[in-house]
Design a protein around this ligand. Structure first.
Ligand code: ADP
Ligand code: MG
Length: 257
């Protein structure tokens, strides 16, 4: 699904963050990108999203070279990005309404986006994410978990095939974070999504990433095949993976110091 080839990226006047980096992600895979801050995790996600352009090399998704955002890529950020003056339901339908107006190419409105469709899909996603009862609330009246679920509903209403998340649950309390991690696992399976979650939390990487891209002085890939099942959190293999990741991050910190 994603082919990153010989990717080099640097911000102007700064040393390269990625240099001749190659990476591939198959359709339906669940990745976590883990690493200390400052090692380019967000930058890599923005490159995949088409919000930044490589200095050299290419990012291809479904065989198309990415030069700008792609309609079927969903992006979810830590600060939710909800409009404060719109209700929960209006926020969830926002992407659909914009999409219906401009179309996926930004010019031609699609024939299938009839107004009824927006309502049906908005209702479906509000119900699926447990937001139906609070659909008339404004973001300030929602809890952090509800706000992030609204942001997820808005993104999934657009029927993405790839979901990119940048530290999506970092500001939530532990039980809410765990329930949204489980929800992410369910939605991934249910919607046949390819998911890439950036995190600096070792536990989050171990429970969401069947493959883990460790960003540090060197980039490394670890396999974590048990992830995806909420019961994995209780498994000995999970505890072992956390130990391994701790060790790797400590090495990265030493090498970076
Ligand atoms: P991470 O998400 O892993 O914390 P980032 O991708 O945000 O890392 O940043 C990687 C490096 O690039 C950091 O050293 C950061 O300071 C730098 N950086 C990020 N954004 C910019 C920018 N717009 N201009 C210049 N440097 C930047
Ligand atoms: Mg970041």
């Amino acid at each position: 699904m994603i082919e990153v080839q010989a990717l080099t990226f640097q911000y102007p006047g700064r040393p390269p963050i990625f240099s001749q980096f190659n990476w591939s992600v198959a359709a339906g895979e669940a990745w976590a990108i883990l690493g200390p801050s400052g090692y380019g995790k967000s930058t890599l996600l923005y490159l995949l999203a088409g919000l930044r352009a490589p200095t050299s090399g290419t990012v291809r998704i479904e065989a198309q070279t990415i030069t700008r955002p792609r309609p079927r890529t969903g992006l979810i950020l830590q600060d939710f990005g909800l409009l404060p003056w719109a209700t929960c339901a209006e926020n969830v339908s926002l992407g659909l309404r914009v999409h219906g107006f401009y179309g996926p190419d930004g010019k031609h409105a699609p024939l299938d986006a009839r107004p009824g469709d927006v309502q049906v899909r908005t209702e479906h996603w509000l119900r699926r994410l447990g937001l139906w009862a609070v659909r008339g609330h404004y973001p300030a009246q929602l809890s952090g978990g509800q706000r992030q679920r609204a942001a997820i509903a808005r993104t999934l209403a657009l029927n993405p095939d790839l979901l990119l998340m940048d530290e999506p649950f970092a500001s939530l309390d532990a039980p809410t974070r765990e329930s949204l991690q489980n929800l992410t696992l369910e939605l991934r399976a249910e919607q046949h999504l390819t998911t890439i979650v950036v995190t600096h939390s070792i536990e989050e990487a171990a429970c969401l990433g069947r493959k883990i891209l460790l960003c540090g002085p060197r980039i490394e890939v670890l396999n974590n095949p048990g992830a995806g099942d909420p019961a994995y959190r209780e498994a000995p293999a999970y505890a072992a993976m956390i130990q391994t990741l701790r060790g790797r991050l400590a090495l990265a910190a030493e090498a970076g110091a």
